[in-house]
Design a protein around this ligand. Structure first.
Ligand code: UDX
Length: 448
């Protein structure tokens, strides 16, 4: 209906593009803005600027001008148009790690707010979704109060986002919970209106203050990172003691206080969130004089980084002590399956280290090839798993795509020089590979 709030989404990456499409799916009129013209060009054709399952379909169903679409989703590069159009403005720009520092780079958030605020000429709610250091919302609220022509009618709320890449559409339409940091009842009621459908489906809604809402996000990601590093630490102990971390994870996971999820040992976590979020959290705690509270995150980070180094070492040992001239077939480049994202990817990091130590590395990934080539042009790339392992002295499984689980080890065995495989994700079945004549090794599991 014409009474429902009009939505804008600022920043159209993994988070914003998905959020914009989801808001249109929920029935709202949506206007999106990004400062990268190429992204807008793709989105206007109903195409996502990244690979995310289901997102192209959702965009196609709503982007104005796409045949048969609802027409509820449009894009612009004009801040004036954004200010004029929106009742609720979602800020979804990214906060990457600063070069050579733990802290995150707030410049995209700051400049989005500074560009938007002077155009807030009528009552509006600005909703921050980006992952930010605690205290940012308070600072940004003051900035909006200073710059917005609408004065007190322009307000800020903080509404962290918990979506996982690969499940972004599903997580956005059916979140586990919604969290809102608000300073007025009006802000809470507007958010309740925007999220009416998930709330009607029973999604818990946690309403709180600014700092708590910001901390919910960083603490959730810290907990997840800690869980992964915990099981990876157990993998190291299993290696030393001859135990099997996969069995161990299964067994402790049956205790539902522990839970089965996020206990997959392997080459560790990467991506655009967990690594930089724990570092930014440590940096911020330091500024607040609370750094001791988070020293354990330094350990979480170093356990995680050690996994990559151990994978490289395991590979070097397996090919006879030197990587010089050895052919390595690498399966996987993205930081996780069902994504094309290679930011801080453990797979690509391992491949890069092997290359630097003189190995001839050939990489294949179902969706990450273009992004991998762009940041690591010196590695070899192949168009299929079979081509990547052709002539290989050793095969590394580094991202757990379903396609790799379904590979036929016998067929692959025909292509390689030596049947030697290292599973960096603990999702291949050792029995199946060993039966096909492969020497199979995995992090944290016994050698057969
Ligand atoms: C994460 C959070 O899960 C999400 O809630 C938040 O909004 C953003 O950050 P994402 O980065 O998409 O999401 O990936 P996630 O599924 O959390 O995986 C992160 C990394 O941990 C991946 O590299 C993955 O391979 C690794 N991982 C995950 C493990 O090594 N073991 C596990 O058991 C689980």
């Amino acid at each position: 209906s014409s009474a429902s709030p009009k939505i804008t989404v600022i920043g159209l990456g993994y988070l914003g593009a998905t959020h914009a499409a989801a808001m249109a799916e929920l029935g709202f009129e949506v206007l999106g803005l990004d400062v990268v013209p190429e992204k807008i060009r793709l989105l206007e054709q109903g195409r996502a600027p990244m690979y995310e399952p289901g997102l192209d379909d959702l965009l196609g169903a709503h982007v104005a001008g796409v045949e048969g679409s609802s027409g509820r989703l449009r894009f612009t590069d004009s801040w004036a148009e954004i200010g004029d159009f929106g009742d609720v403005h979602f800020v979804c720009v990214n906060t990457p790690q600063k070069h050579g520092e733990y802290a995150c780079d707030m410049s995209y958030v700051d400049s989005a707010m500074d560009s938007l605020a002077p155009h807030l000429t009528r009552p509006a709610l600005v909703v921050g979704k980006s992952t930010v250091p605690v205290g940012s919302a308070e600072r940004l609220a003051a900035r909006i109060a200073e710059l917005a022509p609408a004065g007190a009618d322009a307000e800020l709320a903080w509404n962290p986002e918990f979506l996982r890449e690969g499940f972004a559409v599903q997580d956005t339409l059916h979140p586990d919970r919604l969290v809102a940091g608000v300073r007025s009842e009006r802000a809470e009621l507007l958010l309740r209106e925007v999220y009416a459908r998930p709330l009607a489906e029973g999604t818990p809604f946690v309403v709180t203050d600014f700092p708590t809402s910001e901390l919910v996000k960083t603490s959730a990601n810290s907990f997840l990172a800690t869980k992964i590093s915990f099981i990876n630490a157990m993998a190291e102990v299993c290696e030393a003691a001859g135990g099997d971390v996969v069995k161990l994870a299964e067994a402790i996971g049956y205790d539902d206080r522990i839970g089965k999820k996020f206990l997959r040992a392997g080459i560790g976590f990467g991506g655009g969130c967990l690594p930089k979020d724990i570092r930014a959290f440590m940096a911020r705690a330091g500024e607040l004089g609370a750094s001791e509270a988070l020293t354990f995150l330094r350990e979480v980070d170093s356990i995680n980084m050690r996994r990559r180094a151990q994978m490289v070492e395991l590979t070097r040992d397996a090919v006879g002590g030197t990587l010089l001239g050895k052919r390595v077939g690498v399966l996987g480049a993205t930081f996780k399956p069902d994504s094309d994202d290679v930011r801080d990817s453990p797979a690509l990091n391992v491949a890069g280290q092997l290359h630097l130590q003189g190995a001839q590395v050939t990489v294949y990934d179902p969706k990450g090839m273009a992004n991998a080539r762009a940041i690591f042009p010196t590695l070899g790339y192949a168009d299929s798993a079979l081509e990547a392992v052709r002539g290989a002295d050793i095969v590394l499984h580094l991202t757990e795509w379903r396609e790799f689980k379904e590979l036929d080890p016998a067929a692959l065995g025909e292509a390689v020089t030596r049947r030697h495989v290292l599973d960096g994700r603990n999702t291949l079945d050792p029995e199946v590979w060993r039966k096909a004549g492969w020497t199979f090794r995995a992090l944290g599991r016994p050698t057969a």
